[in-house]
Design a binder for this molecule. Structure first.
Ligand SMILES: [Zn+2]
Length: 164
């Protein structure tokens, strides 16, 4: 989908469209390569990549089997490639499911198609482990420890700070 920077004020501040043909593995590699941001924060930053929100960034990371706290610049070439594939499949699936649905059905359909987001305490559809939640920035994220963090639950920074 082409964007005209003159059409909508502020649109020039958006990052590339991840479903555009020119969003290649190399494009993604150049974005993550110089970033010391945790990958979860990078994915949902509209100025870096446009169109991946809080929910879909959780989904992308589960598909890519990657810890949300991983620092972007530490990704290997294989991990960048896996992430690129995960972004494309996750967003295309979401578009496919949304197509043809009435607006009132969209919210429930969106949730039913999600693998980890909003599913804290439920079983992971891939491995059966319990989906966990941890605070992230101004909200929370959901992930599967077995699929994404080598079976180790992530430390909740907000909680550890309170316990000190
Ligand atoms: Zn899992």
């Amino acid at each position: 989908m082409a964007r005209d920077p003159d059409e909508v004020p502020g649109i020039a501040n958006l990052g590339p469209d991840p479903l555009a043909d020119d969003f290649t593995v190399e494009t993604l590699a150049s974005i993550v390569g110089g970033s010391r941001t945790q990958i979860k924060g990078l994915l949902r930053d509209q100025k870096v990549i446009a169109g991946i929100g809080n929910a879909h960034s959780d989904e992308v990371l589960h598909v890519a089997r990657m810890s949300p706290f991983k620092v972007a610049a530490t990704l290997t070439d294989e991990q960048v490639a896996a992430l690129h594939t995960a972004i494309a499949t996750t967003l295309r699936d979401a578009v496919r499911r949304a197509r043809g649905l009435a607006a009132e059905d969209l919210k429930s359909e969106k949730k039913s198609g999600l693998r980890v987001h909003g599913r804290t305490g439920e079983a992971c559809g891939v491995c059966g482990d319990t989906i966990r939640e941890v605070s992230f920035a101004d909200s929370a994220l959901q992930y599967c420890p077995t699929c994404q963090t080598g079976g180790r639950p992530l430390a909740d920074r907000r909680l550890s700070r309170l316990l000190k």
